[in-house]
Design a protein around this ligand. Structure first.
Ligand SMILES: [Zn+2]
Length: 409
């Protein structure tokens, strides 16, 4: 999906004017909790912009009515055209009342989102800077929050909801964003573009700022569907209406392919076949997911997935192979997930006792049985039966005096 991402712009923040905040546990909170604050912030930002747009039209109407009342008042000592002014004044009062009600609704909606943002900031602050109990609770909840976030991203909405209900973490999940995404994805799966086009209309200014090509691709698909129904004339009209504002540089790829298909009908060749194939719907769903993530500034790789990969890397060694009897978590259960991931860089090997899983070191020295099996000294105490020692690995018994201390150089 990298082709849909323009080069990330580097933002220069003036750090000198920023307050010096150095929270404890800064690293994990800033890495993993970005979406917790970023999503409500983006929602507030969007609400603020739509409010300005929504209030703009009635403002213009109020200004026009005020001006027309002013111009209806005669300058000289002539009598006032009371009936005329009365009508205009009534119209003005109505518009002002509408404006006030719309203003109140918008402000209330903004305050509601601001409160969500505030409560999340408090929650995060408590989880990072609070007492031991708060931090422990926050960390246990975080696993569930990350899991819910991952489930929502991959479209497992019902499973995510069950986990949210079970753990009571609803105020700290971004379900609303993903619920809308669910509706769009489901409509795309049904090969219906209406909900997707509505989503584009709601997010057009943000998509435009991100230099997104998603809207163009959706219009191309709409025209392609018309071609498939043998409605090439309608497809041409649609393309003329919705693609006419494209810049010269945007006349490439699927847009050009569409023009050929409209002109000549289904054409031989992979490029044309690809555009007309049903796989395009899957491609649109993937593009939509990426754009939705970009709009809310959330990374495409979920924090849960990043944590899981990091954990697997920490355990993975060059000697790992698939083996269900192994005590290594990668060999035993996670080998398929570990494919393609790098190994952890470990300078000093650690020896783990195969019996009780304790580290073998100077306080738990390694001891070897006559058959070559090595255990930590603590396990030897647990496994001895009188003068004998029992080896659970080979199911054999040996004389205790034959157990030798092993020295590692
Ligand atoms: Zn392994």
């Amino acid at each position: 999906m990298s082709q849909y991402y323009p080069q990330e712009t580097v933002r220069n923040y003036n750090m000198r004017s920023a307050p010096q905040l150095t929270p404890k546990g800064h690293n994990e909170a800033t890495c993993l909790e970005y979406g917790l604050l970023k999503v409500p912030y983006e929602m507030l930002n969007r609400k603020f912009r739509t409010t300005i747009k929504r209030l703009g039209k009635p403002m213009i109407a109020i200004n026009n009515l005020s001006n027309s009342i002013e111009s209806a008042i005669p300058r000289s000592n002539q009598p006032l055209p009371i009936a005329k002014i009365n009508d205009k004044y009534r119209g003005l009062t109505k518009k002002v009342e509408e404006f006030a009600s719309s203003f109140q609704d918008s402000i209330e909606a903004e305050i509601e989102i601001a409160k969500v943002l505030e409560s999340r900031a408090e929650y995060l602050n408590k989880g990072v800077n609070g007492d031991e109990q708060d931090i422990d609770y926050f960390r246990r909840q975080r696993v569930c929050r990350l899991l819910v976030d991952h489930l929502l991203r991959i479209g497992y909405f019902e499973t995510a909801q069950k986990l949210v209900d079970y753990t009571a973490i609803e105020p700290y999940t971004n379900q609303e964003v993903f619920q809308v995404a669910k509706q769009v994805e489901e409509s795309l799966k049904r090969q219906d573009l209406s909900i997707c086009l509505q989503w584009i209309a709601d997010n057009r200014s943000k998509l435009h700022r991100l230099n997104s090509i998603f809207e163009t691709e959706v219009h191309v698909q709409y025209a392609v569907e018309l071609v498939k129904q043998e409605k090439r004339k309608e497809a041409l009209e649609y393309a003329q209406k919705y693609l006419q504002n494209l810049g010269m540089k945007e006349w490439k790829g699927n847009v050009l392919t569409l023009m050929t298909v409209i002109g000549a009908g289904p054409f031989p060749g992979d490029t044309y076949r690809k555009l007309l194939s049903d796989d395009r719907w899957t491609e649109l769903i993937e593009m939509f997911r990426a754009e939705n993530a970009r709009i809310f500034n959330i990374s495409t790789l979920s924090p849960f997935s990043a944590c899981l990969q990091l954990g697997i890397c920490a355990h993975k060694t060059p000697y790992c192979t698939e083996n269900e009897n192994s005590r290594c978590i990668v060999c035993k259960e996670l080998f398929d997930f570990s494919l393609g991931l790098p190994y952890a860089h470990i300078n000093v090997s650690r020896l783990i006792c195969p019996y009780n899983g304790e580290v073998i070191d100077e306080s738990n020295v390694p001891m070897m049985l006559p058959n070559g099996q090595v255990y930590g000294e603590n396990s030897i105490h647990e496994l001895k039966r009188g003068d004998e020692i029992y080896d659970p690995n080979s199911d054999q018994h040996f004389a205790l005096r034959d157990v030798k201390r092993v020295y590692i150089l």
